[in-house]
Design a protein around this ligand. Structure first.
Ligand code: HEC
Length: 175
């Protein structure tokens, strides 16, 4: 399995490794060559998919109804079981873990993609055993997070394919 070597986003945002910088450089060059608008600081793992998703990179966002209400309802008890002990039942965070709610959370992810958020949860959460929760359940949990953060529900469920999720931007403010 291909796992990102870096699990903690704040750490690699603060000091990206030379390999990351090189990868970002390549992606940026590719994207510029193709006339693609890049998303903020290009994160790990974008290489190869950004060019592939081409002009759709910023076509959709978390403001476009990218999950269903039923999915978010499924995600709530899953969150409670696997995430709440650290992030709080109200998502506001506890001493040990940051909140997953409101401006601080949204601005942390602003300009990245749903794929980045999904991968972050997929490879590193729940912290003690990321494999204890399936991809599908993690998509449902993300749907719950989106609902709790006030982003609108829609007609189609949020998928669990990272490549597709990378085509959906995460924006703190409604465009
Ligand atoms: C054992 C405690 C623990 C559990 C359980 C846990 N987390 Fe975390 N989580 C953390 C800590 C600590 C951080 C911040 C430091 C780090 O990245 O490791 C974090 C960071 C995050 C972040 C990044 C927040 C940001 O704004 O950058 C997300 C998203 C997240 N967790 C989601 C989840 C989800 C979803 C679950 C359940 C599937 C979960 N976590 C379960 C401890 C936990």
């Amino acid at each position: 399995m291909t796992m990102s070597p870096v699990k903690k986003r704040p750490r690699w945002l603060a000091s990206p490794s030379p390999a990351v910088l090189a990868a970002v450089g390549v992606v940026t060059a590719l994207a510029v060559g193709l006339g693609v608008r890049t998303v903020g600081a290009a994160p790990i793992g974008v290489s190869g998919t950004l060019a592939g998703t081409g002009a759709r990179v910023q076509a959709r966002s978390n403001w476009d109804g990218i999950y269903t209400e039923a999915q978010a309802r499924r995600g709530e008890p899953l969150y409670e079981t696997s995430c709440a002990e650290c992030h709080g039942s109200d998502l506001a965070g506890l001493e040990m873990a940051p909140g997953l709610l409101g401006g601080e959370f949204a601005w942390n992810w602003n300009g990245l993609t749903m794929g980045d958020l999904f991968e972050r949860v997929r490879v590193s959460m729940p912290q003690a055993d990321p494999r204890s929760v399936s991809r599908a359940d993690k998509a449902d949990i993300l749907a719950y997070l989106l609902a709790a953060n006030g982003f609108p529900a829609g007609d189609a469920e949020l998928g669990s394919r990272t490549s597709a999720l990378r085509g959906v931007s995460f924006l703190a403010e409604q465009p």
